[in-house]
Design a protein around this ligand. Structure first.
Ligand SMILES: [Zn+2]
Length: 325
């Protein structure tokens, strides 16, 4: 296989691919941050120049998913004339930038109490930013387009853009069938299992503006369908290339099977809230630190609700889950 060019920017990896017209398509815009006196835009364009690619050679920037570290520099690329390609379900996030993040956090904050997290612990729980140093400016809507299904590359190969919902509602991955390369974004990572988040999408129902989208069932389905492709190597959005894709798929599947099994067991003892389940699963962790565990458990409960092994009901404004068996 030919050597694939890539750029490490902060914790992200960005891939420039040459299109048949000689211009470039970039997989992910990259994060927007400052490092001492330099900014990430400078670092990225310098790294591209080392590959003899000028910023004006970048015709298209494909955003695998609307997260701050992948789409942070989208507005900058748009400003320099590139078309930003985003799946329609992630477009509003890229248009809003940081405001999208704040909106999601606010909804998560309100919802988390509904899933049993004690109100007295919630203060400042979301104030510890995951990416305190990253910026995300809104991207000009007229520069954003939905991607085509296929792009023709200079090499004669084709780049297929595949919908892969899970990590975000509009998550995309890219596949080159001729070489078996999968650009996986955050869907498959070399050393970690991406955790399901709490995502809120516009509701079709006029009563509620936003509803929570159960992401993990779709995530698992996505990975199942990717497993059917003839993948030879995975080029992730973070970390190094993986040339044993089977190992990653196996690890992903085993991880989720084990987690689901733990919840089945806990619910076979008695019904509980996601927070109660998190506390029982991790009795030694301080309660205020259980949010992430709880969000993961909500993801697995979504899977078990989809397979009808678990059902939920509301009691005193709190959601309880119970085994159907
Ligand atoms: Zn990421």
């Amino acid at each position: 296989m030919q050597h694939r060019q890539f750029i490490n920017l902060g914790n992200n990896v960005i891939y420039p691919l040459q299109l048949e017209n000689g211009k470039y398509l970039l997989i992910d815009a990259g994060p927007d941050f400052y490092l001492d006196t330099l900014d990430s835009w400078h670092l990225l364009t310098t790294a591209l120049e080392k590959l003899t690619i000028k910023p004006s050679d970048i015709e298209k920037v494909l955003i695998t998913h609307a997260h701050i570290d992948h789409a942070g520099l989208a507005s900058k690329w748009a400003h320099f004339g590139a078309t930003i390609l985003v799946n329609k379900k992630d477009i509003s996030a890229v248009e809003l930038g940081n405001e999208h993040l704040m909106l999601q956090k606010k909804m998560q904050h309100n919802d988390i109490i509904y899933y049993g997290f004690p109100e007295y612990l919630i203060e400042n729980i979301f104030s510890s930013e995951k990416h305190p140093q990253l910026y995300w400016k809104p991207c000009a809507p007229e520069k954003i387009k939905t991607p085509k299904k296929t792009y023709h590359l200079m090499s004669g190969n084709s780049l297929e853009i595949l919908e892969a919902p899970g990590h975000t509602p509009g998550n995309l991955v890219c596949f080159i069938p001729q070489t078996g390369e999968l650009f996986s974004g955050d869907t498959l990572l070399p050393t970690t299992i991406p955790t399901p988040g709490m995502h809120y999408i516009s509701s079709k129902n006029s009563q509620e503006k936003y509803i929570r989208w159960p992401s993990l069932p779709d995530f698992i389905e996505t990975v199942k369908s990717l497993q059917k492709l003839k993948i030879k190597c995975i080029l992730p959005g973070h970390g190094t290339l993986v040339d044993d894709p089977e190992k990653l798929f196996k690890r992903f599947n085993t991880h989720h099977q084990i987690r689901a099994e733990r919840i089945r067991k806990l619910l076979s003892e008695h019904s509980d809230t996601p927070f109660g389940l998190a506390k029982r699963q991790y009795p030694k962790i301080p309660e205020r630190r259980l949010i992430q565990a709880m969000i993961e458990i909500i993801g697995h409960l979504d899977v078990l609700v989809t397979s009808r092994e678990v059902e939920f009901s509301e009691k005193n404004n709190t959601l309880f889950y119970a085994s159907t068996k």
